[in-house]
Every structure is written in structure tokens, then in C-alpha cells.
Design a protein around this ligand. Structure first.
Ligand SMILES: NC(=O)c1ccc[n+]([C@@H]2O[C@H](COP(=O)([O-])OP(=O)(O)OC[C@H]3O[C@@H](n4cnc5c(N)ncnc54)[C@H](OP(=O)(O)O)[C@@H]3O)[C@@H](O)[C@H]2O)c1
Length: 330
């Protein structure tokens, strides 16, 4: 196949491109090229912020297009205008953030979604409006379904982990549990879910090869959060003692859920407890195949260890912060 990855220089797009090359496909990555594409893929430099930004690829035809456009409806539309009529298969990477009520019991992809917003979102806009990201994804999904619905594979990804992850969430727990000792964990009984970037990439390339279409939650099986942490510690062979701290005490000690400085990732804020309780069944039936936890953990740990340990993390507690909390809560 000739595969066009709109992206391909980072995390998921990079993993899709690498998997395409590994399987012997011809892979073209379209991005500004701020970091490299996998060996064997061709980078075509484009700027999707420009009205005619995809011009360097004009006239090319692809069997499969994979668009990881994060927060821009305009990007999605321009790509469809350029290649939507000729591509034989179209993957659009969306998000479980499309769902309108992350506190409601999930029933499947038919759950109500946010009102679409056909705008060019920005990171600043996302920070001030938590629904913007999901609403732009809804608009993107609709544009893809309108233009290429009979060939469209819409993946509503949940939390993605593994090599290249820039969000420090799963990685926080893996490196923390690898250190062993007394570990501050949230005293919660909600579920957790993740999908390894390599599994997602495999599934997306499979979908292009097989012509899989439809809308899916792209996420692995549900597991109670504290069980997941215990399982990670076990595959790491770490000696740990979980110090369960109530949500109230965590908040009183300035700890935030999910992400950001002084946070505990995977701890879901009130009103979001069902965000990680989606049914992975349809995705698994359609070919998503999660690797063993030990492999997911090994990949995430190797990635963590390739990063500067002194960087400012995007999620988690610093060792000093955790010690301070342990001293206060006992
Ligand atoms: N991370 C998660 O847990 C999570 C969860 C749910 C859904 N998702 C979705 O999963 C996808 C992740 O994809 P990813 O990791 O490949 O994306 P990403 O990290 O957001 O990277 C975006 C890609 O777009 C390119 N790009 C950025 N600005 C550009 C511009 N002006 N013109 C052309 N290309 C540009 C970047 O390359 P250059 O910088 O080289 O241009 C990069 O290859 C996204 O759709 C995200 O919304 C992620």
C-alpha cells in the first residue's frame, strides 16, 4: 500500500509510519518535520496551518490516509479536500473526549457527544475550555464521515501510552513503581484504561490493509486503578507499599487529579469517573490486540529512562512532593 500519514514525526503518527514501513508499505509522512520520521518513510514538508499547505503533495494518490490532526477542524477539511475523493481508506484519530458526559455510564459509541465546533483550536484555547478539544474532534469525525464515510475508520483513542509519550502519565507510575518503597496512591475504586501506542499503530495499519471501517473506542480493557498499579509493580518485580490517601486529603495537600504539576495521573476528577470505563469489546473484536502488560510497561520504562530525569514532568509528584505528603498523611 501507499500510506499517507498526516503527521508521522511524533508519538502515534511516528508509530503508525514505523509499522507501515516494517510491513513493507510505502509510507509518506506529511509534517513540518521538527523531528524525524521513521527510517524508510519519506518526509514531505507541509504546513497545515496554511490555506494551501498540502500543495507539495498535490496529485499524489494513496491507498490509506491516517490523519492524527489534534485540534484543528480546518486541517481535517483541507486533507479531505485534497485526498478524500481518491484515498481508498481513511483513518481519523479522534478521542474519547468527544463524549458529552464523562460521568455517565458508557453504553458504546452511540453515547451523546459534544456539540461539534468546526474551528481551528489552539493549545491555549484547550487549556481555558476543557470541552474544546472534544468538540473539535466531533466536527472532524463528521467531516470525515461526510466525505469518506464508506471508507472511514474513526478511532476514538483513550489514554495512549508507550514509547514517545509526551504526557508523562503512565510513565509516571512505571518509573515510580520501579523505584519501589512507600508509594502515594489515590484511595479510589474507579476503573482505568489505556492503550499502548504500538498496539494502536498496529490496529490502524491493519485497518488500512483489511479495509476495516466504522467508529470505535480505541482503548484497552477496563481494570480498577489500584489493581493496575499493583499489576505494574508485580511485572516490574518491585517491592512497594501503597499508601492510600483519600481524595479529600490529596486535595488538601494540593495534589491534582489526572495531569499537571503535583498531580497523580490516572486518578480521575469528580464527574469524569466513567471516562475510563468504556467497553473495549468492539475494538478487540475488530482487531485491536493489547500486548502483555509486561511489554507495555517495559516500553514505557525504556522511554522514561531515555528522557531527562530532571525535566519538569507534565504529570505526577516529584520525590520531594511525595515525601512531604507521606510525612503529613502517615
Ligand atoms: N496522547 C493521548 O493520550 C491521546 C488520547 C486520545 C487521543 N489522542 C489523539 O491521538 C493523536 C496523537 O497523534 P500524534 O501523537 O501523532 O500527534 P501529536 O503528538 O499531536 O503530533 C502532531 C503531528 O502533527 C504535526 N504537525 C504539527 N503542527 C503541524 C503543522 N502546522 N503542519 C503540519 N504538521 C504539523 C507534527 O509534526 P511537526 O511538528 O513535525 O510538524 C506531528 O507529527 C491525536 O489525534 C490526539 O488527539 C491522544
Amino acid at each position: 500500500m501507499r500510506i499517507l500519514v498526516l503527521g508521522g514525526t511524533r508519538f502515534l503518527g511516528h508509530a503508525v509510519a514505523a509499522e507501515g514501513v516494517r510491513r513493507g508499505h510505502e509510507v509518506v509522512c506529511a509534517a513540518r518535520g521538527s523531528s524525524g520520521v521513521p527510517e524508510g518513510a519519506r518526509l514531505v514538508k507541509v504546513d497545515r496551518d496554511l490555506e494551501d499547505g498540502l500543495a507539495p503533495l498535490r496529485g499524489e494518490r494513496f491507498d490509506a490516509v491516517v490523519d492524527v490532526a489534534t485540534i484543528s477542524y480546518e486541517w481535517v477539511q483541507r486533507a479531505l479536500a485534497e485526498f478524500g475523493a481518491t484515498a481508498k481508506h481513511w483513518t481519523f484519530v479522534s478521542s474519547i473526549s468527544v463524549y458529552a458526559d464523562p460521568g455517565a455510564e458508557p453504553t458504546g459509541i452511540g453515547d451523546p457527544v459534544l456539540e461539534p465546533r468546526a474551528v481551528h483550536g489552539t493549545r491555549e484555547g484547550m487549556a481555558s475550555d476543557p470541552n474544546l478539544y472534544g468538540a473539535v474532534k466531533v466536527a472532524g469525525e463528521r467531516a470525515v464521515l461526510d466525505a469518506a464515510g464508506d471508507r472511514a475508520f474513526i478511532v476514538r483513542a483513550g489514554l495512549i501510552t508507550g514509547p514517545g509519550d509526551e504526557f508523562d502519565r503512565f510513565g509516571y507510575w512505571v518509573q515510580r513503581l520501579a523505584r519501589g518503597g512507600r508509594v502515594v496512591v489515590p484511595d479510589v475504586d474507579h476503573q482505568s484504561q489505556f492503550v499502548d501506542v504500538r498496539d494502536l499503530a498496529n490496529w490502524i495499519v491493519d485497518a488500512g490493509e483489511r479495509g476495516t471501517t466504522g467508529v470505535y473506542d480505541g482503548i484497552g480493557p477496563v481494570v480498577p486503578l489500584l489493581d493496575l498499579l499493583a499489576d505494574i509493580a508485580e511485572v516490574l518485580g518491585s517491592e512497594v507499599e501503597f499508601v492510600r490517601v483519600s481524595e479529600a486529603d490529596l486535595r488538601a495537600n494540593g495534589v491534582a487529579p489526572w495531569m499537571g504539576p503535583r498531580s497523580l495521573p490516572f486518578w480521575l476528577p469528580t464527574g469524569y469517573h466513567k471516562m475510563s470505563a468504556r467497553d473495549a469489546g468492539p475494538a478487540l473484536a475488530a482487531g485491536l490486540t493489547p500486548m502483555p502488560l509486561a511489554d507495555a510497561v517495559a516500553g514505557a520504562l525504556a522511554h522514561e529512562r531515555s528522557l531527562d530525569p530532571n525535566r519538569v514532568r507534565k504529570a505526577g509528584l516529584t520525590p520531594d512532593e511525595e515525601t512531604e505528603i507521606l510525612q503529613r498523611v502517615g
